[in-house]
Design a protein. Structure first.
Length: 292
């Protein structure tokens, strides 16, 4: 798989990225199965892995770290992202944001220990903590890079103005933004987020590229309509609808994040990187996202 620079100052990454965020939802903590999935990713050329801050119950990062430690592949040959800033209340189980210095640094250190690595390629600040001082938050993120715990910083699940506010206080670049985008959710195309990311000479990481399976199996009118167009266009490219849906995202510079435990689904996303949609086909699909 082709590798691309995430930004003009960021690392070189695979055009498809594998994330472990779904492992907690599916209660997956099987080391043997994990190794099969990681092996399949590497075979397909996916060398970039995304870890979250919601998998602490399963300790997914420890499983990944153990698998990677037993492989001949070197640390420099894989790219590791990890998010921090989201936490769960011990009392209520509710999720909230915490961008305090102690919590963010503790999050990074725990991630490094579990992943069995000395550094993250990118540490992404997850969400927007309305109670935090953005200047202080920026200083914390810079200190994480200065300490060598992460080589770069990014953001996850922030709006356009929140991205701009944090960037204003930073002396180092935000190399990527982790956003939701798919054929059933194209808001980022028009609300300025995608444009601003590109303005910063970077590429977005796109989660839920298939809308949690709705594009493939959803029964809504728009899902059925989009699937019909994807099927017609897929025939032209001798591909399947999943590949076409992902290729549509890649055409705007997005790097899709796949979280499926299905090796076939992982392969579909990876091989979509080889497809280049004609402009006419891209816009035909795009029109369908707005037709219902």
């Amino acid at each position: 798989m082709q590798k691309v620079y995430l930004s003009d100052s960021g690392p070189k990454v695979s055009k498809a990225i594998y994330s472990f965020w779904r492992w907690e939802n599916e209660r997956m903590n099987d080391t043997i199965r994990a190794e099969k999935i990681i092996n399949r990713c590497l075979e397909l050329g996916i060398n970039t892995f995304d870890h979250g801050d919601t998998s602490t119950d399963l300790e997914t990062e420890k499983t990944f770290g153990k698998v990677l430690a037993n492989k001949s592949i070197g640390r420099k040959d894989v790219v590791l992202f990890a998010k921090g800033g989201l936490r769960k209340s011990n009392a209520t189980g509710e999720i909230y944001f915490d961008h305090s210095k102690n919590y963010l640094i503790e999050s990074v250190e725990q991630l490094l220990a579990k992943l069995n690595t000395d550094y993250l390629d990118i540490f992404l600040l997850n969400g927007f903590d309305y109670t935090a001082d953005p200047e202080e938050t920026a200083g914390i993120m810079e200190s994480i890079v200065k300490s060598g715990k992460a080589k770069h910083i990014g953001i996850a699940n922030m709006g356009l103005t929140q991205h701009k506010l944090l960037a204003k206080h930073l002396a180092i670049p935000i190399v990527t933004s982790h956003i939701e985008m798919n054929l059933l959710n194209t808001v980022a195309l028009n609300d300025g987020r995608l444009d601003f990311i590109k303005e910063q000479y970077s590429k977005p990481l796109v989660w839920s590229p298939l809308a949690g399976g709705e594009i493939l199996e959803g029964g809504s009118e728009i899902s059925i309509s989009i699937r019909k167009v994807l099927t017609e266009i897929a025939e032209k490219y001798q591909a399947n609808i999943e590949q076409i849906a992902v290729a549509w995202l890649m055409a705007v510079g997005a790097l899709p994040i796949i979280g499926s435990l299905s090796e076939d689904r992982i392969a579909n996303v990876a091989t979509a990187a080889e497809l280049k949609l004609d402009k006419e086909d891209w816009y035909q699909i795009n029109r369908e996202t707005k037709s219902k």
